[in-house]
Ligand binder design. Structure first.
Ligand SMILES: [Zn+2]
Length: 215
């Protein structure tokens, strides 16, 4: 592999700082984590967006969350077609091997992936409709969410679609037989969340009200 290069200096400095402080003060705990393996209680599926920081908003340490990030926190439908499905593999491992008790889908405000889907559905993003667009084909997962939007101004509909991305993912999760079985047996609970980045807000999907409700 001839193309990889050493880390930039600022990252080396940050690593060395972490090793000398956070790691040095907790090395016994880190060694125990290494020896005992991971036993996370929850899996989180969140967006790749650099502003979404689930370990920070829940004050979680190493070992607590099994995290999978992809564009727009999407779970594809169950498709056992022999192809390579990264998100589905992470879900299968979390549920069947790690046996997590909670599965959290976390959406967020200002999601670029959701906006891309919105523009594509509005006919304003032909580049995303190209067969070769990885982002476009990935965002096809959210198209059923677009069909549920109420009429209104674009910013409101965009936020509706961000929340719909959570609901589409929750619905698709239940199409995986091992998820459906674990939920039915009471071993696994699904949760839908949406965070407002600028305000630090957090809302959860409340099925009895069929609405996102502030935490
Ligand atoms: Zn996003």
């Amino acid at each position: 592999m001839d193309h990889a290069r050493p880390l930039p200096e600022y990252l080396i400095k940050r690593y060395q700082g972490w090793k000398a402080t956070t790691y040095a003060e907790n090395s016994g705990w880190y060694r125990r984590l290494a020896e005992e393996g991971q036993r996370p209680r929850a899996m989180v599926i969140s967006c790749c967006d650099s502003r979404v920081h689930v370990t920070s908003i829940f004050g979680a340490d190493q070992g607590e969350f099994f995290i999978h990030r992809n564009i727009a926190n999407l779970v594809p439908p169950y498709e056992p077609d022999g192809a390579q499905h990264g998100t589905s593999a992470a879900i299968e491992y979390a549920v069947t091997s790690l046996k997590v008790a909670h599965m959290v889908v976390l959406g967020h405000s200002g999601c670029g992936g959701v906006q891309g889907c919105y523009e594509m559905c509005e006919g304003r993003a032909p580049e995303l409709e190209e067969r070769s667009s990885f982002v476009g084909r990935w965002m096809d997962i959210l198209k059923p969410g677009y069909e549920t939007l109420a009429p209104g101004p674009d910013p409101e509909r965009l936020q509706q679609l961000e929340k719909a991305s959570v609901l589409v993912s929750l619905a698709n999760l239940m199409s995986f037989p091992f998820v459906e079985q674990a939920v039915t047996a009471g071993r696994l609970t699904l949760h839908g969340l949406w965070t407002h980045i600028g305000e630090g807000g957090l809302e959860y999907w409340e099925p009895s009200e069929a609405a996102f409700t502030p935490v």
